[in-house]
Design a protein around this ligand. Structure first.
Ligand code: 2AM
Ligand code: CA
Ligand code: CA
Ligand code: CA
Length: 289
């Protein structure tokens, strides 16, 4: 083992601790008016995103001062030579949060060599007058739990029997248009395609069998890290949308209950290869530390 090796169970314990700290910040802010600022016309950020990130990072720094940290709001910090990269989305689904629409989460995942090894997502559910949370946790080789109980992906094996979810980035580029086409195509052949606007939540819903497949272009490492290990350890298969091995630095992701994976690749694969051939930038987001 390398000098900085940490046991998976310890990584997960700290991920849970950190995500719960972020969730406490989010929970407190639910009864207060939101102070919103804008990164772009529709791309917004609240004081809560920043406060949650600070709370999460403080826990990670205290436990692993020599690990690399990547947060959506603050960027990279810590030791970038570390084997471990923590990917933090302090508030995934900010738009939903700003509208009190119950599909948002705090997501804390830890990555080694581009692939997630442990992660925790605290999902806010219920909405006004009924707010609640559920905590998803997983590390490599340990069955995913939701509030301490094991969860499992669905057993749906036909597209026409499946419920799907996808997402669209803030930037309305060619990948966005390609996904609009996929959205329309799948809407015609399955039972429905949902768009919640929170990637970590989508992956948690896959892990517990609420949806059977999820895909999206241009996600960032903090959107995917925790949710991917949570989905995988519940039985999901995760690749790029053209069927290559998954990494948090890739710019497309297909996650399914495994049974649907080959069938889904028949739809997402050609569309994605076409984008790549036309030179649409789907190259890895950054070089892993
Ligand atoms: P965020 O809330 O952390 O910014 C990928 O789809 C990510 O895009 C989501 O996890 C979410 O991350 C963000 N997102 C949320 N609402 C969106 C919207 N209306 N348009 C584009 N991206 C959105
Ligand atoms: Ca954001
Ligand atoms: Ca996000
Ligand atoms: Ca966010």
């Amino acid at each position: 083992a390398r000098a900085d090796h940490v046991a998976l169970s310890e990584l997960l314990d700290v991920a849970v601790l950190a995500a719960e700290k972020g969730a406490a910040v989010v929970r407190e802010s639910l009864d207060r008016p939101r102070s919103i600022s804008f990164k772009g016309t529709t791309d917004l950020v609240t004081e809560t995103d920043k406060a949650s990130e600070e709370a999460v990072l403080a826990v990670l720094r205290r436990h692993f001062p020599r690990h690399a940290l990547l947060g959506e709001e603050g960027g990279v910090s810590g030791d970038t030579n570390s084997t471990y990269l923590w990917c933090v989305d302090p508030l995934d689904g900010t738009t939903n949060f700003a509208h009190s629409y119950p599909a948002f989460a705090v997501s804390v995942g830890v990555v080694r060599g581009g692939t997630p090894v442990a992660g925790c997502v605290v999902e806010f559910t219920g909405g006004p007058h009924a707010w609640a949370t559920r905590t998803f946790a997983a590390h490599k080789g340990r069955p995913t739990t939701c509030n301490g109980k094991p969860v499992r992906v669905s057993e749906v094996s036909e597209v026409r029997r499946s419920l799907m979810v996808t997402g669209f980035g803030y930037e309305h580029d060619e990948a966005w248009s390609a996904n609009m086409e996929l959205f329309r195509e799948y809407t015609d052949v399955c039972q429905g395609v949902r768009r919640l606007g929170a990637a970590a939540v989508d992956l948690c819903h896959l892990s517990m069998g609420l949806v059977d497949a999820y895909w999206e272009y241009r996600l960032k490492p903090w959107d995917m890290a925790a949710g991917v290990i949570i989905a995988q350890e519940a039985g999901a298969t995760v690749t790029t949308m053209d069927g290559r091995p998954f990494s948090v630095f890739e710019r497309s992701m297909l996650a399914t209950n495994s049974r649907l994976h080959q069938q889904m690749l028949e739809g997402t694969g050609p569309k994605t290869r076409d984008l790549l051939e036309r030179g649409v930038d789907l190259s890895p987001w950054l070089v892993p530390p």
